[in-house]
Design a protein around this ligand. Structure first.
Ligand code: RAT
Ligand code: ZN
Length: 420
């Protein structure tokens, strides 16, 4: 009854309309994706076969098909897409979040959503020119720019940065997973680029790693540095990762005035047969975040945690440490029911001082459905917050609502990267 009343009052006072208008008219910044600017060539994925073979859908395939992962991964991209289309879109109605997303993309481009094969969709995407297609997709998604994930130790990507210029639609990010999580497999790549490092990251290797980070900051001009960390992550820690983080990465972030994005919680490769789709999730010990925030007050952190069970704790830590910026409902959390729960909790505990969502898109057109879903889930949550506030005695104006939406989806990010 109470919520119905709140809803009616919201409608009557125009709150719902103002919220809807703000969400639709303010262009958002997508602060974490796996998309690439065209200057980085074939790294950027787009089109129907990539959309259908997204690893979120690959994980679902084996639940509705008798194909084994080995049979599937031996197929060509087109055969894979056909197999997934058949199992998840033809044989079954596509009701899961990731399958429904594909349907929303097809609809956005006026393509058939229930055809027996992908012929028409393939012809459509083949007819698109990438550069103008990107502009069109960003417009459809209501975003002005996206943030990339750029790995200086990726042998395919690194050489492309020698000549890649800036693109106002795509911001670079220096991703550190190979350095921090897989040093033993990758230190030789640093060595081959002329840095005097060794397997133990001993002695001068820390200073050389800082020199490596500095060179890449100058080359790439990243808006932040980033790393994904396992559910078992501990800090401080007398380990390779612990030392590299404390002695190389955090000082470099301070030197270049860059935030560090820490994404904590995957259990890597719980099922290696599924390759990219084989990671799981575990509850992390957020005392590590407490130490990062408390012991390094001059560092700023974007922070996302993958486990649903860690969300409340992250809000509490954010109330204690203003150098933490919670962001996104990441990966397995990006479902309306969970996004709703997390976002309500965050608003109740830290107001609008967080970034509600990022897309994590790996395929260009995914931003269309992911941002549409975010707006759809956020509208009633914000409306409800303002209605409660009005009931308690403070009416909000359209300008207030616009300021909040702009703050959450633009300025919190721009301030953190020192652009506002
Ligand atoms: O959501 C994803 O696509 C994951 O595979 C990860 O890439 C994650 O987003 C990450 O950035 O590590
Ligand atoms: Zn990601």
């Amino acid at each position: 009854m109470a919520s119905l009343l709140t809803h009616d009052r919201a409608a009557a006072s125009g709150i719902a309309l103002h919220v809807e208008h703000a969400l639709q008219s303010i262009p958002f910044i997508d602060i974490h994706t796996h998309l690439f600017m065209p200057a980085l060539g074939r790294l950027g994925l787009w089109g129907i076969d990539e959309l259908i073979t997204y690893h979120y859908l690959e994980a679902e395939l084996f639940r509705s098909s008798t194909l084994t992962p080995e049979q599937y991964f031996a197929m060509s991209k087109r055969e894979k897409a056909d197999a997934i289309w058949q199992a998840l879109f033809v044989d079954n109605p596509p009701v899961s979040e990731s399958t429904r997303g594909v349907v929303a993309v097809l609809q956005a481009f006026d393509l058939p959503t229930s055809s027996p094969d992908l012929r028409e969709a393939r012809a459509f995407f083949e007819s698109r020119q990438l550069d103008s297609h990107i502009d069109h997709v960003l417009k459809l998604a209501g975003i002005s720019e996206v943030v990339m994930t750029n790995d200086p130790l990726d042998p395919e990507e690194a050489p492309l940065w020698e000549r890649a210029g800036a693109d106002r639609r795509f911001h670079p990010v220096l991703r550190l997973d190979r350095i921090l999580n897989k040093w033993p497999d990758h230190w030789r790549v640093l060595e081959s680029q002329g840095y005097r490092v060794d397997a133990e990251a001993s002695g001068g290797a820390i200073a050389e790693t800082r020199r490596f980070l500095a060179d890449w900051c100058k080359r790439m001009k990243p808006v932040y540095m980033a790393v994904s960390l396992p559910d078992t992550f501990q800090f401080p820690e007398n380990s390779l990762r612990g030392r590299l983080l404390a002695e190389a990465v955090l000082p470099s972030c301070r030197e270049f005035d860059l935030p560090l994005s820490t994404m904590i919680g995957p259990r890597y490769q719980v099922n290696p047969r599924l390759k990219l789709a084989g990671d799981g999730v575990g509850k992390a010990d957020l005392r590590a975040v407490e130490r990062l925030a408390a012991d390094y007050p001059d560092n700023r952190y974007f922070i996302s945690v993958l486990s649903r069970e860690n969300q409340h704790e992250l809000c509490v830590y954010s109330r204690k440490f203003a150098n933490l910026m919670p962001f996104g409902c990441w990966w397995f959390l990006n479902n309306p029911s969970i996004v709703e729960e997390i976002t309500r909790e965050r608003i109740e505990m830290i107001g609008t001082s967080f970034i509600p969502q990022h897309s994590d898109a790996r395929v260009l057109e995914q931003v269309v459905y992911k941002w549409r879903n975010t707006r759809r889930t956020l509208a009633p949550i914000l409306t409800n917050s303002y209605s409660l506030l009005a009931e308690d005695g403070r009416a909000v104006t359209r300008a207030d609502i616009e300021q909040d939406v702009r703050r959450m989806f633009r300025t919190n990010f721009e301030r953190w990267i020192r652009r506002a």
